[in-house]
Design a protein around this ligand. Structure first.
Ligand code: KIV
Ligand code: ZN
Length: 398
């Protein structure tokens, strides 16, 4: 895959890493709907599943390859002959396929999970990448748990994978342990120590989990240090605390284009619709305070903020809701709201108030808001003095 220097590849793993977490399993048809949404969103690569994991995963990958044409489709595979063959079979009908091979790289995983020596792991890396490369020309290799691996060993493993023909090297922070500076440094170091990465145009990729809430920051740090692919999921779903949230990375690169100078194929105004599509397919949606796609991401309740928003939205919003496909700014009326927002809403409802009437209504509103969490339009109308309601009724009769 050719990649201009500042173009970032979005690799979406909602249907694989996301789907394998509690409450997120999807049928083949549901995965297909999600794959269409991801294609509309403009992701470059869809990891559609793990072909060897189940018949359902195999079927979903095969179905997606026949319906989705623009993004490249990939299947995960352990560094084992049978997994790689199964992945290749599931991807048989893809216009553009990738096999994503992974093998543990930390001593902890090698010793306790795989009972494998470092030497064996290096041999298996070379053999599996060569085998996959003989079947498909786009191969990603992931040294799992890279951030806790011995650095010299990690470099050796990556070198062998590159020599064997890997076209993308993904270095996962499998347990969300790393910090932005440390994660970025790992990319810099691996790139410097293996000149073949740049010479052969191998793409470096980040894959971050959110156990410490650092997944997006770590991914962006990798990008600043040479990664040109990010692996992420819609709404940040994924194992345990989840993966880096696609919408947050995409919005950060857009809003801070001055800082990052990175281009992507993501259509920003599809972020919210895609988030909602996923929420309808799995058992939960994003939390209300989730960046970009949460229900409160563009809601303001406090008087000072509402006043600022009415004067100039830039006071408290760094992007418009429309730019990320969210419905317009919501000035929520609650006990922290001020007169400006109250007047604004009442006028939107078609009532006009003079100064004194506004003051009177405001006192009644604050008293109600102290008792009630949500104030609806009907509540507001009920607070208005009778003469104001009569005035509006009279305008209809006239
Ligand atoms: O978190 C991880 O290490 C993974 C790999 C399979 C890439 O999901
Ligand atoms: Zn993962």
């Amino acid at each position: 895959m050719t990649n201009p220097a500042n173009r970032l590849v979005f690799f979406d793993t909602t249907l694989r890493d996301g789907e394998q977490s509690p409450g997120c399993s999807m049928t083949t048809q549901e995965k297909l709907s999600m794959a269409h949404a991801l294609e509309d969103l403009g992701v470059d690569i869809i990891e559609a599943g793990f072909a060897m994991a189940s018949e359902g995963d195999f079927a979903a990958i095969a179905t997606i390859t026949q319906a989705i044409r623009t993004p490249r489709i990939t299947s995960l595979a352990r560094a084992k002959r049978e997994d790689i063959e199964m992945a290749a079979r599931a991807l048989e009908h893809a216009d553009r396929a990738r096999i994503h091979v992974f093998l543990a790289s930390s001593d902890l995983h090698l010793e306790y999970k795989l009972k494998m020596s470092r030497e064996q792991a290096l041999i298996q890396t070379g053999e599996s990448v060569r085998q996959a490369r003989a079947l498909v020309d786009d191969i990603e290799f992931s040294p799992e748990d890279a951030t806790r691996a011995d650095r010299d060993f990690l470099v050796e493993m990556v070198r062998i994978a590159v020599e064997a023909g890997a076209t993308t090297i993904n270095m996962p922070d499998t347990v969300g342990y790393s910090t932005p500076e440390e994660y970025g440094k790992m990319f810099r170091e691996v790139r410097q120590r293996i000149p073949a990465i740049d010479q052969q145009g191998v793409i470096l990729s980040s894959h971050c989990h959110d156990d410490l809430g650092l997944a997006v920051a770590n991914s962006l740090s990798a990008v600043q240090n040479g990664a040109r692919q990010v692996e992420c999921t819609i709404n940040g779903v994924g194992e345990r605390a989840g993966n880096a949230a696609l919408e947050e990375i995409a919005a950060a690169l857009f809003v801070r284009a001055d800082y990052y100078g990175i281009s992507t194929g993501i259509k920003l105004d599809k972020l919210n619709p895609t988030s909602q599509t996923l929420a309808q397919l799995i058992t939960f949606g994003p939390s209300p305070n989730k960046a970009i796609v949460g229900a409160n991401a563009f809601a303001h309740e406090s008087g000072i903020h509402q006043h600022g928003m009415l004067a100039n939205p830039l006071c408290y919003e760094i992007m418009t809701p429309e730019s990320v496909g969210a419905s317009k700014t919501n000035l929520v009326l609650g006990k922290h709201s001020g007169r400006a927002a109250l007047r604004h809403r009442i006028e939107q409802l078609g009532y006009t108030l003079d100064r004194e009437e506004l003051q009177h209504t405001y006192y009644r509103f604050v008293a109600l808001a102290d008792r009630k969490k949500n104030i609806y339009d009907q509540d507001l109308i009920g607070l208005l003095p009778q003469q104001i309601r009569d005035r509006k009724a009279a305008t209809y009769i006239d």
